[in-house]
Design a protein around this ligand. Structure first.
Ligand code: ADP
Ligand code: MG
Length: 349
């Protein structure tokens, strides 16, 4: 999860932003709450015939749940459950709730599926790069080499109720998957409370629920992935009941001696993945799957991703390369609209 300084945003947006707009077709109104959760800026919009009080209760309830999930999954909070598990690496196993079991077992599944490219035990290296990011200089190569010895995901011992990290110095990091889980969780929470239409946006991890009230699709924007340019939409995808998740090197990075160092790391080298990609956007039914896959595809690159995506017939992936080409692999996408004419959709090879 991103460890970003959102203080300024907090001041501006620590608001309960409720706005309502009537629509003529039904009595549904729009309610929105924007706040910091899961270490990022989250927005939940719902459309319902419920009154403002009921809607407020639902939105507040959901944000409390997101805080609860952050207290489980965050690798940046010392007192989170994950923080405590990491502190006990090589010492004692920890009891875990079902939420953590689900995310860890899926993470290990993706680690196996990707030959270790997606690695939930990458914490030791992520920590070094987080410090480096704050300082603006890459980590010491010797420290990085030592940390590389502490990231074997096969040393995660997991059963239904317990997890044990077998080696001291090992640490879990679920930054590549937990927001997706939280988005799926939010969807189920809304459905349980009678909400059938809405947009869940957890720091760019977007999930759209149902269709718009007039029966049309939602339009979900894709941000400009070019480092240094404003993060405005360069494309949008029309879709309903889907999730759309992007991993890119423009999300969190620093520049040092003309090199860009970003936050998606190669478990082989310990350094940020270097390839010709700017970003990968994944469209899927499960946001947890889309989150893990967008990170995995970014690490693997287009060619290896073609093999991986065959195991996920309902998933589409859009690759944005450095020369501004766009490649789509997996399930065909009908509603992609490119708004910025510097980007060109290329046929699959
Ligand atoms: P974002 O956090 O911007 O949504 P991603 O979903 O792509 O982006 O996840 C990147 C995060 O995943 C990193 O900040 C880090 O916490 C974690 N991570 C980095 N490299 C890997 C990796 N090889 N495998 C699994 N997780 C990773
Ligand atoms: Mg991800």
């Amino acid at each position: 999860m991103k460890k970003t300084n959102f203080k300024l945003l907090l001041i501006i947006l620590f608001v309960f932003l409720f706005f309502q707009s009537c629509n003529s077709v039904s009595k549904e109104k729009e309610y929105q709450k924007i706040d910091i959760a899961l270490g990022t800026l989250c927005s939940i919009k719902i459309y319902t015939e419920k009154n403002a009080n009921e809607a407020e209760l639902i939105l507040n309830g959901l944000f409390s749940e997101l805080d609860r999930l952050e207290n489980i999954f965050s690798a940046n909070m010392e007192n989170s459950l994950l923080g405590r598990i990491n502190a006990n690496a090589g010492i004692i196993p920890a009891q875990i709730p079902n939420e953590l079991y689900e995310v860890l077992s899926k993470s290990i599944f993706f680690a196996e599926k990707t030959g270790g490219a997606f690695n939930p035990a990458i914490g030791a290296i992520v920590k070094l790069w987080n410090i480096a990011m704050d300082k603006g200089t890459p980590p010491d190569a010797v420290e990085l080499k030592q940390a590389l010895l502490k990231i074997d995901y096969k040393n995660i011992e997991l059963n239904g109720t317990e997890v044990f990290l077998k080696e001291k110095g090992m640490s879990l990091d679920l930054g590549g998957i937990a927001k997706g889980y939280a988005a799926d969780w939010s969807k189920n929470f809304l459905l349980k409370h009678g909400i059938k239409r809405g947009i869940i946006d957890l720091g760019g991890n977007v999930l759209v629920l149902g269709k718009k009230h007039d029966g049309s699709d939602w339009k979900v924007g894709i941000k400009n992935p070019i480092i240094g340019e404003p993060k405005i939409g360069i494309a949008y995808i029309s879709l309903f009941d889907k999730t759309i998740v992007t991993s890119g090197n423009y999300e969190r990075f620093f520049e040092y001696e003309n090199n860009i160092y970003h936050h998606i790391l190669s478990p082989e080298t310990g350094y940020p993945v270097k390839n010709n990609l700017r970003a990968v956007t994944v469209i899927a039914d499960s946001s947890m799957e889309a989150d893990a896959l967008s990170t995995s595809f970014f690490i693997l690159g287009i060619e290896k991703s073609r093999t991986l995506i065959k195991s996920f017939p309902q998933v589409s992936a859009v690759f944005f390369t450095e020369d501004n080409s766009i490649f789509i692999i997996g399930k065909e996408i009908e509603g992609l609209n490119i708004l910025d004419n510097r980007f060109h959709l290329k046929k699959q090879l």
